[in-house]
Design a protein around this ligand. Sequence first.
Ligand code: UDX
Length: 443
Amino acid sequence: MNIAVVGTGYVGLVTGACFAEMGNTVTCVDVDSKKIEGLKQGKLPIYEPGLDNIVINNYNTGRLLFTTSLPDAMTQADMLFIAVGTPPGEDGSADLKYVLAVAKEIGQNLDRYSIIVDKSTVPVGTADKVAAIIQAELDARGVQIEFDVVSNPEFLKEGAAVDDFMSPDRIVVGTASARAQERMADLYAPFVRNHPRTLFMGVRDAEMTKYAANAMLATKISFMNEIANLCERLGVDVENVRLGIGSDQRIGFHFIYSGCGYGGSCFPKDVKALIQMANKIDFDPKLLNAVEARNNAQKHRLFEKIVESFGTDLTGKTFAVWGLAFKPGTDDMREAPSKVLIERLIQAGAKIKAYDPVAMKVARDEFPAKFFDEGSLALAEGQYEAAIDADALVLVTEWKPFRHPDFKALKRLLAQPIIFDGRNQYDPKQMKRDGFSYVGIGR
Ligand code: UDX
């Protein structure tokens, strides 16, 4: 099949590369000419395990092409995926300006039956808007061309996006058109050959499915964080509670890890957007509001715990921070709990020595330059370098090398043997045996 994917961000690039890997010809389109030139030279704008090989190999075989021109891409392709950003607007609702601009350009250039696929996460009703814009452009041109707009949300986890795309749990396709359904089924058939799991539904149902999936996962996390905060006050270890409830198959073990809050480009943005969708139709989303409020508060828990031990004035204190990315396996720091923690510690007078296995470069841009200039924030060469003479170690992101560190070395290096464990990675009993003062979440 001949496909165009508009937007070479996280979703677009993974989608384009994986379709090409399955033998399709894919043109990736982006308005950012620097990005496109970089991609042609094998330089990826994001870090995602396995993606660089797929991009480079398929580019070299000619199945994956890069251009800044959507009309050029449309001369070949008749399946047009919209995978541009939908950043939160001022009120938290998804800003559709990029999606709708692409729709307009498609309408200006459409010359034969095509399927337009909304891949970006977009509010319920967006496919109808996209269709209306394309139709308006066709009317303005005085041409009659058939097209279908399909909703096909992605469910990719950063750090595992290629695997998730290649072996999906399910593929959701929202369309009322039999013709579009058949083409979409055909396109995805190789991904689900041994275990068909493509779900067809209405276009609005598919749009809502994406938000409901992320909101459900965010709810599980906020629920566990609430329980953890209760456990702390009641003398309970939330890690035992997690095992005790996860073994009930109706609850399950996934996404019930308490910690210092969820971050990333999806959960915070999508929960906010769903709340805005509800507000716009005068529906009070009590539960979603609580999920968001719990998470916003949870991002401050580590700071609060540090203040409980060290007092509110942290002048003269230095903290080692392990992990800056919002989760392991990515260099993404969007909405990362590390940012809230580090900003609050610095405001309280502390100095920070931070280390992350891959997000160091990104971190330079994520914090105000003055933090670095004033010496409030330093990026350490390695995890143990960060610990040298620090008054405490704070674990924020549970990268594998942090999970079983050399505690003897840590004890030697730290000025005080204190560990704040924002991801409950260490055993409190062992910490005590090894002579550390240990503070986890919910235990
Ligand atoms: C998520 C969804 O999983 C994916 O299906 C969707 O398409 C995009 O959003 P991602 O943002 O990559 O993917 O992150 P995910 O792995 O789901 O983790 C989100 C956040 O939740 C992280 O900050 C993580 O640390 C946190 N988390 C996760 C917890 O605090 N506890 C848990 O039990 C699980």
